[in-house]
Structures are given as structure tokens and as C-alpha cells.
Design a protein around this ligand. Structure first.
Ligand code: NAD
Ligand code: 44H
Length: 440
């Protein structure tokens, strides 16, 4: 059987099979319709008790691949929940429509619709165009272009997620629609507050302050390991379900969503699907970013240097494990007043799931931004406490070595990458890291 001869997954096909049909009404707009949005926010929305009332309109970010895959499927896709022993297949119906980023008319229509209540984002850490201190990088060429477009009333010309969002919020304020809530879902510390500050900065320079003032921002910590989908995964879905699905997503069984902040209006009952609403998110966020995401970086750099391809392979290498444990001992101290013992035990099991092909090259992208957010805070904390931070320093060293041996995509010059990493860092810390990473 070739995939081309299998019927395509659509709502009509599902109806023929006696399964649910209608798309839920759009009340959520999403920017960056990648794999993680589908395995996480779409999954939580589909599993909430009020799922029938909350549909998502997902817009792609830089490429229109996902809209070309999902639009012919009416937004439907199969999630393969990949446990250590077996796969579970589930069709997720929460995405009601999928649009390319270029469809600015539909974006404006949804951003001004009274029914729209929530905007979510997964645009990667680099997509926020932050400076080392977390502020919006006003010298970035795409940000400069957006300032120009927004000043001259050309929302269609905006290129960055922040610029597009401000254009949409501004149109909403002009239309007199009720305020909405922005919920960023990328691995960025204090993501809601940072996005609010970035939008405020952009708004001040372009005369759109009222739109930001009327909007609520919620900070989130998100967690579900979601590797890239392969052709083999698409074949597995056809074999198991009888449908051809170009939008298949694979994820581990574990899923966590911690949210903090007030919503301006209505929201899905995500807590009924297991999401956690808290008044202080920092301990959860630091633990996740430092231990899980930082731990992934340790395995990515050390693993790539030793010829491994996946997280599970690096976990099986004693030397990688020792490096991970050394970093985790330091990261646990930096995480603050939150359990890290059980969390580490659970992480070991998740990382060792060899049926999840989480490629180290998928993790080792935008590495300057990621090291800044996930490794340097550990080093800084160790130094403040009078310790050397040798576990965290070893990660920076492995990163520089990986660049030198051409294993990191997008970085060719270790010294230049290091200079970008240390731009804006504490001078004593910078001197120490520079010496260690260059002269070891
Ligand atoms: N994959 C995971 O395991 C995982 C888990 C937790 C959090 N996340 C978060 O989700 C993000 C996306 O991961 P993914 O697995 O969906 O990756 P992906 O490659 O499938 O999707 C990335 C999405 O971000 C968009 N994007 C990238 N750069 C952009 C830019 N400059 N402007 C606008 N949009 C841009 C892309 O167009 C795409 O829609 C991660 O960077 C991370 O912050 C991922
Ligand atoms: O997704 P990134 O690029 O922020 O980082 C790579 C991985 O560490 C990350 O995707 C994790 O798998 C994820 O954060 C687990 O929830």
C-alpha cells in the first residue's frame, strides 16, 4: 500500500466513519503552527470539558508547509503518543482552520472579531527578537522594518511575531472589540511579561500604546517532548488508522502546562485537561528551563561531539550521563525552592525513552539564545554562592568545541558565537567563560 492510495484524513471522512464532524468555532488565534502547538495547546484544548466551544485558527510562521499540509485536512491531524512500549493514535479536532502567515486579511478579521478571546504563540525563542537582558532588540533589521510599517499604518508589512501581534491588537482596539489575552507558549523565562514589555516598547515607538494597555498577558511554562515527524510516522498512522495524514505529530505521553496571570475575558477550561494555574510560576519555570531544557543542551553538545544522534543514545553514554549529572547538581541549586529529586528521576525516564527519536540537531539550534537562558543562569548562581560552576562551564566548552568541529547548524565561528553570547553578560563571568571556552 502506498500512502497516495489511502484516503486523506478530513472531517467528511471522519463523518463517514461515524466520528465527530463539525469544527469548533474559532475563539483562539495561534501564531506559529509548528509541531509543538499541535502536541500541546491543541491537545489541551481538545481535552478540555468545553472543547466543543473553542476552536483554534492557526497561522504559520515563516513557511507555509503546515498550512499546505493541514488545510486540505480541515485542520485535523493525528497525534502519536509514543510511550516506551507502545504508540497510541488520536485525531485532534481543535484546530478549526489553518492559514499561511501571508493571509493578513483573515488574521485582521479574527483579531477584530468579538468572539476571539485568546492569542497563543509558539514562534521559537529567537522569534521574540530579545536582547540579552530580555528587552526587544530595536537594532534587529526585522524589528526596524516593523517599526517603520507600524508607524506608517501598514500592518500587512509587519514581519516579526511581535509586530504582527501589535498590528492585530491595534486593529482590535480601533474596532472596539473586547480585550483579549495573549498566552506565549515558548521556552522563554517570564514569557508573558517579556512579551508585554516588548509590545509596549514597540507601541511607544509607533503610537499604539492603547492597544497594549487593553490586553492581558499570561506567563506559561510548557512541557511535552515533541520530536520532528518522519515519513515512517506518517506510514504508521496510515497503517493504524486507514487515513493518509500529512500533519502527523509525535509526542511523549507526558504533558504539562503551568499558567500564571489573569485573563481579560473567557478562556477554555484547560485545567479540566490537566493544566495548572498558579500564582507564582517562577519555581516551575526555572526548574523546567534549567533542568529539562538545560539538560537537553548538555546532551546535545556532548552527544554530538561523541557521534550520537538522539537524546536516548546520549543518555546511554556514561560520559554524557556524568556531564548531565554534574550540570543537574548545579541546576538543582539554582532552581530554587521546588522539588528537584523526583523531577530528575522522572526526567531520566523521559530522556531514556528510546522510542522517541528526539534528534540532538533539533535541540542544537539558536544555541546562543538557549545557552543564555538555560546555562548561564546556573553558572551565575554557582559563582554567586562562591562555587566554580564547573558543570555549567563544561557545557559552554562543549558548545564551543561542537562549533569548531562543525556540528552546530548555523554557527561556523566559535569565537564570534562566544562574543555574541557574552555581549551584555556580567564582565567577571564573561572573562571566566571566555578563558575557559577558548583556552582549555
Ligand atoms: N518541540 C518541543 O519538544 C517543544 C516543547 C516545549 C516547547 N517548545 C516550544 O515550541 C517552539 C516550537 O517548537 P516546534 O517543535 O513546534 O518547532 P517547529 O519547527 O515544528 O515549529 C516552529 C514554529 O515557529 C515558527 N517560527 C520560527 N521562527 C519564527 C519567527 N522568527 N517568526 C515567526 N514564526 C517563527 C515556525 O514558522 C513554526 O511555525 C520551540 O522553539 C519551543 O520554544 C517546543
Ligand atoms: O524546543 P526548544 O528549542 O526550546 O528546546 C529543545 C528541547 O529542549 C525542547 O524542545 C524540549 O523537548 C521541550 O521543551 C520539552 O518540553
Amino acid at each position: 500500500m502506498t500512502l497516495q492510495t489511502v484516503p486523506r484524513l478530513t472531517r467528511a471522512e471522519l463523518a463517514r466513519a461515524g466520528r465527530m464532524t463539525a469544527a469548533p468555532p474559532v475563539r483562539i488565534v495561534h501564531l506559529g503552527a509548528g509541531a509543538f502547538h499541535r502536541s500541546h495547546q491543541a491537545w489541551f484544548t481538545a481535552h478540555a470539558t468545553d472543547a466543543a466551544d473553542w476552536g483554534i485558527a492557526a497561522f504559520t510562521g515563516r513557511r507555509d508547509t503546515v498550512s499546505r499540509q493541514l488545510a486540505p485536512q480541515d485542520g485535523l491531524f493525528t497525534l502519536i503518543e509514543r510511550g516506551p512500549e507502545a504508540d497510541r493514535f488520536e485525531v485532534i479536532p481543535a484546530i478549526a482552520e489553518v492559514r499561511p502567515a501571508s493571509d493578513s486579511a483573515r488574521f485582521a478579521a479574527l483579531m477584530t472579531a468579538a468572539a476571539t478571546a485568546v492569542v497563543t504563540l509558539t514562534v521559537t525563542e529567537a522569534g521574540y527578537h530579545q536582547r540579552p537582558d530580555g528587552a526587544l532588540d530595536l537594532e534587529h533589521p526585522a524589528v526596524i522594518d516593523d517599526i517603520h510599517a507600524l508607524r506608517h499604518g501598514q500592518p500587512v508589512g509587519t514581519r516579526t511575531p511581535t509586530g504582527r501581534l501589535l498590528a492585530g491588537l491595534s486593529a482590535r482596539a480601533r474596532a472596539g472589540a473586547p480585550p483579549l489575552t495573549v498566552v506565549p507558549c515558548d521556552n522563554v523565562p517570564a514569557n508573558g511579561e517579556r512579551l508585554r514589555a516588548a509590545l509596549h516598547t514597540l507601541a511607544q515607538r509607533t503610537g499604539h500604546e492603547a492597544a497594549v494597555a487593553a490586553t492581558a498577558f499570561v506567563t506559561t511554562s510548557v512541557d511535552r517532548i515533541t520530536p520532528h515527524t518522519t515519513d515512517e510516522d506518517r506510514r504508521a498512522v496510515a497503517d493504524a488508522t486507514g487515513w493518509r495524514d500529512e500533519g502527523v505529530v509525535v509526542a511523549e505521553p507526558f504533558a504539562d502546562w503551568t499558567l500564571c496571570g489573569d485573563f481579560a475575558g473567557e478562556r477554555p477550561a484547560w485545567e479540566s485537561a490537566g493544566a495548572r494555574f498558579v500564582s507564582d510560576i517562577e519555581p516551575y519555570e526555572r526548574r523546567k528551563l534549567l533542568l529539562l531544557n538545560g539538560g537537553h543542551l548538555v546532551l546535545a553538545f556532548g552527544g554530538l561531539l561523541r557521534g550520537h544522534a538522539t537524546v536516548a543514545q546520549a543518555m546511554a553514554d556514561d560520559r554524557c550521563r556524568r556531564e548531565l549529572d554534574a550540570f543537574w547538581d548545579e541546576a538543582a541549586r539554582a532552581a530554587g525552592p521546588v522539588d528537584t529529586r523526583d523531577y530528575r528521576t522522572a526526567l531520566v525516564r523521559r530522556f531514556e525513552n528510546g522510542r522517541i527519536e528526539h534528534r540532538l540537531t533539533q535541540i542544537a539550534v539558536d544555541t546562543v539564545t538557549k545557552i543564555r537562558m538555560r546555562i548561564l543562569p546556573v553558572l551565575a548562581h554557582e559563582r554567586t554562592e562562591g562555587r566554580s560552576g564547573s558543570g555549567a562551564l563544561a557545557v559552554v566548552r562543549a558548545w564551543a568545541d561542537s562549533i569548531r568541529s562543525a556540528r552546530i547548524d548555523g554557527e561556523t565561528d566559535a569565537a564570534a558565537a562566544l562574543a555574541r553570547l557574552l555581549d551584555g553578560a556580567d564582565p567577571a563571568l564573561a572573562a571566566d567563560i571566555g578563558t575557559t571556552a577558548i583556552h582549555h
